[in-house]
Ligand binder design. Structure first.
Ligand code: AQP
Length: 325
């Protein structure tokens, strides 16, 4: 079975963008690939973070992933910092990665603008560590949201550069992007939903909390009154319907919005229902797991041991290929 790798940062609450763009797809792909999922805590070091609560965020990220359907019997789930080969391989990859390629990365440019006071070298070489995460397991597939496509392209470039210099060792992994939900926007409809931008709906938020965020959310801004017709094609709420609602509801919304048959509030109420139908079962499982913290720890420990075995084998090959012991 081909290998698949993907990761998520413990940089805050897991939101519906992470769920639609990544985790939901991970769950669907578990039977088709040998799956390796990682809480990438070293990546989260590139932004300012609260040190005392880091372990809680890591644990919560794992818990939410399991609650979303990641099955530790069918997939490896572990924490990046527990397998030190990630950073070891990243250093070696640094030596084959052109600075110019890194400087072109959209995420680096955006995050540099957001954090002018903390443009660190780790933010710049973030995609190199990501290439190491993926290639350490020789993964052929990487399910991600749209924002990460550029980084996976760079991973392929790193694999090519390494293979050309040291011999054919790594595959060139493909990115797998979902048909719907690959780029969930924040409630302003303008910026990507992000943990760090605080414009998100968290997977664990209650019915009331979700409604408080949906109610004022921006829709088609040309639709000023209830009687005006709307254009779903430019409405974030319609995009969210496509990610959460059954086909029948998506069709109704598409049709009725265009003739002012439904208003934006009606449309948001329908979306709210669809979202909670997806989120509430996850929330129930997450609440159960919150009562069993030792179980989550054990899953992560076993995951790190399994991931570590693969990582050790790859690094033996890498060291030999580059001429060190
Ligand atoms: N808005 C989004 N729509 C679709 N997919 C998304 N992903 C993130 N945001 C969206 C996907 O979620 C996976 C994990 O992302 P991450 O935690 O590694 O980092 P990120 O992409 O930087 O996510 P955030 O929420 O924006 O985090 P912060 O604010 O901490 O930087 C990835 O597959 C990503 O594509």
């Amino acid at each position: 079975m081909a290998k698949l790798f993907s990761g998520i940062q413990p940089s805050g609450e897991i939101h519906i963008g992470n769920y639609c763009g990544a985790i939901r797809n991970w769950v669907r792909l578990m039977d088709q690939y040998e799956c390796i999922f990682c809480i990438v805590d070293y990546h989260a070091l590139t932004a300012q973070y609260d040190i005392p609560t880091m372990q809680k965020r890591i644990h919560d990220a794992a818990r939410v992933n399991i609650a979303c359907g990641i099955d530790p019997k069918r997939a490896i789930l572990f924490v990046q910092s527990q397998v030190p080969e990630h950073t070891e391989l990243a250093w070696i990859f640094n030596t084959v990665t052109p600075m110019g390629d890194l400087a072109r990365m959209t995420q680096f440019k955006e995050k540099s603008k957001q954090n002018e006071e903390n443009i660190n070298a780790g933010l710049f070489t973030y995609p190199v560590l990501q290439a190491a995460d993926i290639l350490l397991y020789k993964a052929g597939a990487v399910p991600v949201g749209e924002d990460q496509i550029q980084h996976i392209e760079l991973t392929r470039e790193v694999a090519r550069k390494f293979n050309a210099r040291f011999g054919e060792l790594f595959p060139e992994p493909a990115h797998l992007v979902p048909k719907e939900g690959a780029r969930i926007m924040g409630m302003d409809g303008k910026s990507k939903m992000s943990k760090s931008l605080n414009n998100y709906i968290g997977v664990l938020e209650s019915r009331d909390e979700v409604w408080k965020k949906l109610a004022p959310a921006v829709t088609d801004e040309n639709r000023k009154r209830r009687t005006d017709v709307g254009n779903p094609d430019i409405c974030n709420i319609y995009s969210l319907h496509k990610a959460f609602s059954p086909e029948e509801t998506v069709e109704t919304v598409n049709r009725e919005c265009r003739v002012a048959g439904i208003g934006c509030v009606d449309c948001k109420k329908m979306l709210h229902q669809s979202m909670m139908t997806t989120l509430e079962p996850i929330q129930e499982r997450a609440a159960e797991l919150a009562q069993q913290p030792a179980l989550v720890d054990q899953i992560l420990e076993e995951g790190a041991a399994r991931a570590g075995a693969i990582a050790t084998a790859t690094m033996t090959e890498v060291r030999s290929a580059i001429g060190v012991r």
